[in-house]
Ligand binder design. Sequence first.
Ligand code: DQA
Length: 145
Amino acid sequence: MQTVYILNGPNLNLLGKRQPEIYGKETLQDIEVACGQIAEANGLKVRFLQSNAEHQLIDWIHEAREDACGIIINPAAYTHTSVALLDALGTFERPVFEVHISNVHKRESFRHHSYVSLRADGVIAGCGAQGYELALLRLIRLLGR
Ligand code: DQA
């Protein structure tokens, strides 16, 4: 298994345009390219996906059960609401990292709780788009590559 799933939740398709003062100017495609380069240099493949639909994210997690060595997920707003995503991640037996571009703990109180953190092996928040790269480097370390 050499594929890392990088999953992105609702509204992240608008990254770069959406509230850049909070989420920065980098687009999701910029993040995909940066992660792809790191993965390739370490003999891994990336399946980089975004959906605004909860069920689609769940289906991708089920797919990852078959062929992923790890999952990096920014569940976006579903972080704070979705027991279904938590349960889906609970069926995945390899490392899971949760990424938030913004520092959710510095924001509204409803963003302070994460269902996904109950499953995540690590959480990165507030490191901007670079958070994805940091999560990937940690996963690579855990995989012993
Ligand atoms: C986010 C933080 C969430 O609270 C928010 O709903 C998002 C993005 C982040 O990356 O900082 O959509 O996950």
